[in-house]
Design a protein around this ligand. Structure first.
Ligand SMILES: [Zn+2]
Length: 180
């Protein structure tokens, strides 16, 4: 995976947000995490499971539709939990968790900080299926996950954070991204 090129002003914004959240400036280097630019060209892909309108890049939106239709054809329902997220959105996730008393160390195990979330690219989706709690590891025991492992790569998707990934991010069987 290659880091998406970012410009100086974007890097400065990311650095400022990290400082405000108390995250070391060397986070990306230390964790081998690529930084990601925010996608500019986005289209709606409909509602997520919470009824929020979600967006992806036009290319990823097309891929997501193909994935969903192919799964449906095989009797699998794929539901959207999250898609594009801006720097500000990612910052709010951190602020909410910090306010709720979670330690930064714990948050960073399950959330990439602003600037380092693959959701900024508009190519990543978090998925679930009926009867499965969202963003839970037990998604890996679902028929939907087994289907994804078998078919998603054919439609251009890959799991970004498998078990024991080199970024030190918790295993995320629900997080899939369209490869460039
Ligand atoms: Zn995700």
């Amino acid at each position: 995976m290659s880091a998406t090129r970012t410009d100086d002003s974007y890097d400065a914004r990311v650095a400022q947000i990290l400082a405000e959240l108390g995250i070391p400036a060397a986070y990306g280097v230390d964790r081998h995490m690529p930084s990601y630019a925010e996608a500019r060209d986005l289209v709606s892909v409909g509602m997520d499971i919470y009824g929020r309108d979600r967006q992806l890049t036009p290319h990823a939106a097309g891929r997501w539709t193909e994935l969903r239709v192919a799964a449906h054809r095989d009797g699998i329902a794929l539901l959207l939990v999250s898609a594009f997220r801006s720097l500000e959105y990612q910052r709010k996730i951190f602020e909410r968790k910090i306010r709720a008393g979670e330690s930064l160390e714990h948050i960073l195990k399950v959330n990439a900080p602003p600037g380092y979330s693959e959701h900024h690219t508009g190519r990543a989706v978090d998925l679930t299926t009926p009867g499965c709690p969202p963003l839970a590891e037990e998604f890996e025991t679902s028929a939907a996950f087994a289907w994804l492992v078998r078919h998603a790569h054919r439609l251009g998707f890959a799991m970004t954070y498998p078990r024991e990934n080199r970024f030190g991010i918790a295993y995320e069987p629900w997080h899939w991204a369209v490869q460039e």
